[in-house]
Design a protein around this ligand. Structure first.
Ligand SMILES: [Zn+2]
Length: 236
């Protein structure tokens, strides 16, 4: 009788893992594009390596910290609302257990069980752990596995940093004349990879996603490089 919930739990866990992976790829993508735009822009204005390193590092830290803070806030808010929903469910289970059993039965019926089987399943689930059953079937959350805001914040910090390191190293390591070409080529390569992965993880066709992603990155670098060259030439 626990079969449907069992299957669903597996689907949910896999879905959650894919969401994490997708968020990591998108975070890395952000780190690549924003840092590449920044360092290529500075390289348009100056060939001073320490200026490039300073700008790149500042961009890396500013970006990764802002991503982490944003993620912390949004996951905390989500967690608060999940906790509130669980508290309300707990209260309803205490105050009107019969209505709650009927509700669970109907939810199971909607998933394709016959009335008798659904009632039997709902009774067994309620006996074992009523709150958990309602949380899963009704709210779609696992009370033991609420997303931790600190984990989410760390994950985006690391993902952005990993992405940002590529253009940062590509701009400071090569000799002066090679910096921009090396950065553009390695950024395009990385954006093909992140565009392709995020499309595959979202079950979309990779071709267009890769083109859009690379196009966005080239646009960012083109604009900032142009501005950097103009400012450098003007001696600002
Ligand atoms: Zn309920």
């Amino acid at each position: 009788m626990t079969e449907p919930t069992h299957d669903e739990a597996h689907g949910g866990a896999l879905g959650a893992r894919l969401n994490w992976l997708r968020a990591a790829v998108l975070g890395a993508n952000d780190g690549i594009v924003s840092t590449a735009g920044l360092v290529v822009g500075v390289a348009g204005a100056t060939s001073d390596r320490s200026a490039l390193l300073t700008a790149g590092l500042a961009g890396l830290l500013a970006g990764s910290l802002s991503m982490a803070a944003g993620e912390y806030v949004s996951v905390s808010t989500q967690r608060d609302s999940e906790k509130a929903a669980l508290a309300q469910e707990k209260r309803e289970l205490r105050e009107q257990p019969e209505a709650e059993l009927e509700e669970l039965t109907e939810l199971l019926e909607q998933r394709g069980l016959s009335r008798d089987v659904a009632l039997e399943a709902a009774q067994q689930l309620t006996e074992r752990d009523a709150l958990r059953a309602h949380a899963r079937v009704e709210l779609g959350i696992d009370p033991d596995e609420l997303t931790n805001p600190w984990h989410a914040a760390w994950a985006s910090f690391l993902a952005f940093t990993a992405g940002a390191l590529l253009p940062l190293l590509a701009i400071v390591l090569p000799p002066s004349g090679w910096r921009v070409p090396v950065t553009v080529v390695s950024v395009v390569g990385a954006l093909v990879l992140t565009g392709w992965s995020s499309a595959r993880l979202g079950a979309a066709a990779p071709g267009r996603a890769v083109l859009r992603n690379v196009g966005g990155g080239l646009l960012a670098m083109g604009v900032t490089y142009g501005v950097g060259v103009l400012l450098g030439a003007a001696g600002v």
